[in-house]
Design a protein around this ligand. Sequence first.
Ligand SMILES: *Cc1c(COP(=O)(O)O)cnc(C)c1O
Length: 370
Amino acid sequence: MQVPFFDWSRLYTERSDKFREIMHETCMRGGFILQKDVVKFEENLRTFLGVKHAVALSDATNAILLGLRASGIRPGDEVILPSHGFVAAAQSIHHAGGVPILVEIGEDWMVDPAAMEKAITERTRFLMPVQVNGRTCDMDQIQAIAHRHNLIVIEDSAQALGAKYKGRPTGTIGQWGCYSFYPSKTLGCFGDGGALVTNDDEIARRVKLMRNHGANEDKVIEPDIAVWGTNSRLDNIHAAILNYKLGYYAETLDRRREIAKRYHDAFADLEEISRPPGPDSDSDRVDVFQNYELEADRRDELRSHLRATGIGTIVQWGGLGMHQMRGLGFSQELKRTDRFFERSLLLPMNHMLTDAEVNYIIDQVRQFYR
Ligand SMILES: *Cc1c(COP(=O)(O)O)cnc(C)c1O
């Protein structure tokens, strides 16, 4: 059996008749830029999350960039985030004129709130938890730290649409949050896509202006350029696809959580593996399992064994925390994060995996250790 880490074409073959129909209908009416599907998607996303504003954008990287600008980031402002995150967040901070300050993960592999607090200086303005793998950071602690030091919490929730912390969707807890609709994300479109969500009217207004060259979208004929903007619009055809996929997103998440439960139970007796919390292990948290990331003894040998038996795996971010990435100018030591990347591994995880495939992966992992 062959189980690639991610079978991209399945994203289309999953429901190709329906997708073809949606794309055809959208193109036939010329619905390419900022048409009713984008408006509808923002409405659907708002409803799904119970948040006041959702702004559809070209991708999550730009959501972070525009979010920081809307939050009034000033040159040299420091933004504290975990090194175990996607470099996109640090890049957006850099391009917004800020300085990314990378910190350690804790025992739970999420950003360590204590490390965040220790990294605060008089230049710190923002704390940016990353809801990595679709899990949730300790938002109570992070918000308490922000409160104590008068800082703004913003969320990189690119991997965590639908995840919840004490009943609140991640992305809606801080001043604003972002999501990515990159194809392999939990809700993926057929290209790049993203959104920023917020309960703050002014942040939403600014981001909406900036995504469309600073122009108010109500005045198409005589655009009134109110601010410095850019082009960061979500393509309308992606919005049409996303509207349809959001309709069965609850099922998608159920399936991910079901697969996570199978992995969780199947590896319970393997002391060579440290598992992430199971899907039902903490009533305060709902994990959407963007990834199934675990720690494994003899990780590289396990990978080779799985590769030889047709199973694709990935070490997230190429096995490097952001602080280790060449050419970005980081110099600090983050030993716990380094140790994590020596053992971490992603098993295939998406809603399209069949039971037979999941069982095969489980059998092969068990065979390697037994
Ligand atoms: C995917 C991802 C992003 C960037 O999303 P894009 O839509 O590809 O720009 C940012 N942060 C994290 C944690 C991600 O996984």
